[in-house]
Write a protein that binds this ligand. Structure first.
Ligand code: S3P
Length: 416
């Protein structure tokens, strides 16, 4: 199998969620193209429609008419989407709404306490299922300011507080534990909010006038691209160029890790789009070296660790991902799911405290992949199996639709 292609991919999922949510409270009509086409985005679109927002599709353009949000008349179903659930708590609270959030089996096991605590401090009345969904939030009495030191590195929690801050009585501040993806800050600034960033400290003023609507073509999702890039990098003689990919440094940690592994990405045509950096990037098949990945880098590769662990499985030597405990709170317990699948393929991988260790080599036996109903686990191990055996066997592929319904078509298209 050899990859030789130039590919365009669906838009970044994180920016897509934020574009729908923020366009919903903007003054006027926003036009969005290349929105991520996964199921998680359907959850966000339906949520905003339940709050009275008109969101329509015209060819490839999503048209969002910003308005004054109203209380949803039924619980909002966030499906499998952690970003929908966490960001909505802040966004809808900023509009002083009263609302309930529910989710699927996986999302109903993921912690909501991380947003319940700061929003309660801001004056919301919140009931939950012991820190899990379903959750009811009443923000109708308005929001007080908050000065919040983040106890964990999480862009979802940071974003929830910043969004809530838009509707608070006074300036709010958030101090990050580690710098995480900053799409909320970038989009708010480009829409006219008063937001100031100084290292890991962020200050946001309550909105004194409405956010401005926008036109945006969302750059390709680097978290989706990482699967195809891995395939190209692991197959000698291959080359893959991803066009117009998001190159925000809080998201390109996997490019830095690949560099540590001896693999260079060639960036061209760089530009700025609505405050976000993007461009083309090319990778070719390469030899992989093991490396040490420090805790500070983890937020910038948090969603790419499954596929980076797969790449590490082909390296010479031992790769260590330090302090990756946040992986336990994703769509599945990803730390467990990664170790289990690598071991099934005969790779020596294990947890060491909160770190992940992968002893490289080559998969020795083809195994049936256990997806754990998690899109990124499914895609990462399909790549591993294809590289080693040009074939795969997996318990379920439906979960892939969460972020990348076109995964198999793209796989076919990029092969020579
Ligand atoms: C996201 C933040 C990350 C990431 C998730 C998307 C976002 O989650 O894993 O897929 O869009 O803000 P955490 O904030 O929980 O780390």
């Amino acid at each position: 199998m050899i990859i030789d292609s130039i590919v365009s991919l669906p838009g970044d999922k994180s920016i897509s969620h934020r574009s729908i949510m923020l366009a919903s409270i903007a003054n006027g009509v926003s036009h969005i193209t290349n929105l991520n086409d996964g199921k998680d985005l359907e959850s966000t679109i339906k949520a905003m429609q339940l709050c009275g927002v008109s969101i329509e599709k015209d060819d490839d353009t999503i048209i969002v008419k910003g308005c004054l949000l109203k209380n949803p008349t039924e619980p909002i179903d966030c499906g499998n989407s952690g970003t929908t659930s966490r960001l909505l708590t802040g966004l809808l609270s900023s509009q002083h709404l009263s609302f309930s959030l529910i989710g699927d089996e996986s999302l109903s096991k993921r912690p909501m306490n991380r947003v319940i605590a700061p929003l309660t401090e801001m004056g919301c009345t919140i009931t939950s299922n012991d820190g899990l969904l379903p959750i009811h939030i009443d923000a109708s009495s308005g929001l007080e300011k908050i000065h919040y030191q983040m106890p964990i590195a999480s862009a979802q929690v940071k974003s929830a507080i910043l969004l809530a801050g838009l509707g608070s009585e006074d300036t709010c501040t958030v101090k990050e534990l580690r710098h995480s993806r900053d799409h909320t800050e970038i989009m708010l600034e480009s829409m006219g909010a008063n937001i100031r960033i100084d290292g890991n400290n962020i200050e946001i003023d309550p909105l004194s006038c409405s956010l401005e609507s926008f036109v945006m073509n969302i750059p390709a999702d680097p978290s989706s691209a990482a699967f195809f890039i891995a395939l190209a990098v692991l197959l000698k003689g291959s080359s893959l160029t991803v066009e117009n990919i998001l190159l925000n440094p809080t998201r390109t940690g996997f490019i830095d890790v690949l560099e540590k592994m001896g693999v260079q990405g060639l960036v061209s045509n760089q530009s700025i789009n609505n405050g976000e950096s993007c461009g083309n990037i090319q990778f070719i098949g390469s030899d992989i070296q093991s490396c040490n990945i420090p805790a500070e880098m983890i937020p910038s590769i948090i969603d790419e660790i499954p596929i980076l662990a797969v790449i590490a499985a082909f390296a010479k030597g031992k790769t260590v991902f330090h302090e990756v405990e946040e992986l336990r709170f994703k769509e599945s317990d990803r730390l467990h799911a990664i170790v289990k699948n690598l071991q099934l393929f005969g790779i020596n991988a294990y947890e060491e405290g909160n770190s992940l260790v992968v002893e490289g080599g080559r998969p020795t036996k083809m195994a049936k992949i256990l997806s754990f109903d998690d899109h990124r686990i499914a895609m990462a191990f399909i790549i591993l199996s294809l590289v080693s055996f040009e074939d795969y066997d997996i318990d379920d592929t439906a979960c892939i639709d969460i972020s990348l319904p076109g995964f198999f078509n793209i796989l076919k298209d990029i092969q020579r």
